[in-house]
Design a protein around this ligand. Sequence first.
Ligand SMILES: *Cc1c(COP(=O)(O)O)cnc(C)c1O
Length: 230
Amino acid sequence: MMRKDIFENLGQVHKNIEAACARSGRDPKEVTLIAVSKTKPIEDLQEAYQCGERNFGENKVQEIMQKQPQMPSDARFHMIGHLQRNKVRQVLPLVSMIHSVDSLRLAREIQQEGERIGRTVDILLEVNVAGEESKFGFAPEEVLEILMKIHNFSHIRVCGLMTIAPFVENSEQNRPVFKKLFQLYVDIKRKNIDNVSMSVLSMGMTGDYEVAVEEGATMIRVGTGIFGVR
Ligand SMILES: *Cc1c(COP(=O)(O)O)cnc(C)c1O
């Protein structure tokens, strides 16, 4: 079945990214769209792939195990949801990046498993910028301390930071959250820590990705705005 809606939605999202880049003097090539396909059928992912998308975001290991083998080999899967340590072994071979590293114990598990299979794993540290009780992630003040504990892990490459901003009525309300994470990202980048590249800033979802791009996001995670409501 032709999915004209996905094609049109993707066109709109890319246009909005370009406009946000123009407003903030950024190059759209610096911004990677992650199509968040959680709960959606494989046909929707295939349609987005046909439209040129190569990056897909999922939050459940089970779903990645089911979908990844059905997609062309250049489709990249990003783990964006809370990851349990006992699922690391299953998911590692299937994903190109883990955005949601939210504990030292999880980082250790990824290191061990990466070493076992001989792969260096790209990860982001999840930061709970707004300090919401209901959310996973490190407090902003903890990030440097965690980095100093994991930067020498042989099979982990810390590529940057990720946040899930609060649910808000008006996306402008999240601008301070994005500004704060960008500042932390720049501060850490300036320290030139061994093995820490700080080249990825994953922030912004359907409701607020344009603001996130204006504030320096290099990866945005958009689900509803591409595939419709879940
Ligand atoms: C579901 C999800 C998204 C996408 O949310 P939308 O509002 O549908 O764009 C982005 N990031 C994470 C971590 C998610 O779980």
